[in-house]
Ligand binder design. Structure first.
Ligand code: NAD
Ligand code: IPM
Ligand code: MN
Length: 352
């Protein structure tokens, strides 16, 4: 097949992990006889520096025409002044919103060879297989904001339709997996959460009677996620809770550098990016873990390009590299680490 892939490296380690991942997709194209065309565009801090805005019109236009989008990460200390009027992160939020990518799938599946990298006891991790479906274009991230000398506000708003559509995505996924859905909210305090709980209950009862729905408050969920991670199958939650719980869940896998994501909407196009950020503390050293981005590319093959065999081949290649203990510094015991390029090469060797 032919596919046009827009590549948005962004800032910090973004360009390093993306340039490690594009050759993996090229290897897939060679092995399976596809033609992938890559076009690179600016987003985030680099776009502010070059064009004065974090999401230039040319980037959005290319993204709208693409079959899929591979993104690194945005942001960094250079653009993080609390009083800055324009910020890299606005570019990421704007492209998610503009493309209608309301459902962010974040799988959490600790790999047997990397269990030692997790601070959690190995016996709790065996068999853990969770997908968090994070609502991505609503809630407090997108409500009106105000700021004066004396105070500041962020409005959290959800509509029934916004909750329905993301719950449907999560329930459909649960139906294809183990049939268990956990909806996470703060219904004991927040009105948006009470609406969320009502809508989730109705959608699952009326449309997914075969799916078992459980509600969980976000604070205790943060604890259960670490104490009994095997109890969860699909977790659906609002934008900010999903952001926080998935960075926490990355500790089940052992590193933020292992968690991939797919941001999906009604159309075929999606954004595929690791859940982590631009990691300014290690940027420029060539040591970042590229596996989360490579696994995001696998999700691209599966969800936007419909190439399931190819997606599984990339995942198997990453798992093979992990089995062979090809670890970057975030996973390795002191001294045994490979760099970003070597880790990506280990994946490509296993794809050949
Ligand atoms: P971060 O995710 O960038 O880093 C957190 C920690 O994890 C750091 O110690 C970092 O070195 C480590 N880490 C992250 N990815 C890694 C990888 N692939 N390999 C090895 N180690 C890795 O979070 P932060 O430091 O809070 O944020 C830095 C910047 O990134 C901020 O500007 C933030 O807004 C931005 N950010 C962007 C995205 C995105 O573009 N999707 C996501 C999260 C944060
Ligand atoms: C993520 C990031 C972003 C988010 C930021 C950079 C806007 O943390 O993709 O998880 O909060 O959605
Ligand atoms: Mn995040």
């Amino acid at each position: 097949m032919q596919a046009d892939i827009v590549v948005l490296p962004g800032d910090g380690i973004g360009p390093e992990i993306v340039s490690a991942t594009v050759p993996v997709l090229e290897a897939v194209a060679r092995r399976f006889g596809h033609q992938f065309r890559f076009a690179e565009h600016d987003i985030g801090g680099i776009a502010i520096d070059r064009h004065g805005e974090p999401l230039p019109a040319a980037t959005l236009e290319a993204a709208r025409k693409a079959d899929a989008i591979l993104l690194g990460a945005v942001g960094g200390p250079k653009w993080s002044d609390p009083n800055a009027t324009v910020r890299p992160e606005q570019g990421l939020l704007a492209i998610r919103k503009a493309l209608g990518l309301f459902a962010n799938l974040r799988p959490v599946r600790p790999h047997p060879a990397a269990l030692g990298a997790s601070p959690i006891k190995s016996e709790l991790l065996a068999g853990v297989d969770i997908v968090v479906v994070r609502e991505l274009t609503g809630g407090i991230y997108f409500g009106d904001k105000t700021r004066s000398d004396a105070d500041a506000t962020d409005l959290c708003r959800y509509t029934v339709a916004e909750i329905e559509r993301v719950v449907r995505v999560a329930a459909e996924l649960a139906r294809q997996r183990r049939g268990h859905l956990t909806s996470v909210d703060k219904a004991n305090v927040l009105e948006t959460s009470r609406l969320w709980r009502d809508v989730a209950t109705r959608v699952v009862r009326d449309e997914f009677p075969d799916v078992a729905l459980e509600h969980q408050l976000v604070d205790s969920m943060a604890m259960h996620l670490l104490s009994k991670p095997r109890a969860y199958d699909v977790i659906v939650t609002e934008n900010m809770f999903g952001d926080i719980l998935t960075d926490e869940a990355s500790m089940l896998a052992g590193s933020l550098g292992l968690l991939a994501s797919a941001s999906l909407g009604a159309a075929r196009v999606g954004i595929y990016e690791p859940i982590h950020g631009s990691a300014p503390d290690i940027a420029g050293q060539g040591v970042a873990n590229p596996y989360a981005t490579i696994l995001s590319a696998a999700m691209m093959l599966r969800h936007s390009l419909g190439l399931e065999t190819e997606a599984a081949a990339v995942e198997a290649a990453v798992h093979g590299a992990l089995d062979a203990k090809v670890f970057t510094a975030d996973l390795a015991a002191q001294g045994a680490a490979v760099d970003t390029a070597r880790a990506a090469a280990a994946v490509i060797e296993r794809l050949a």
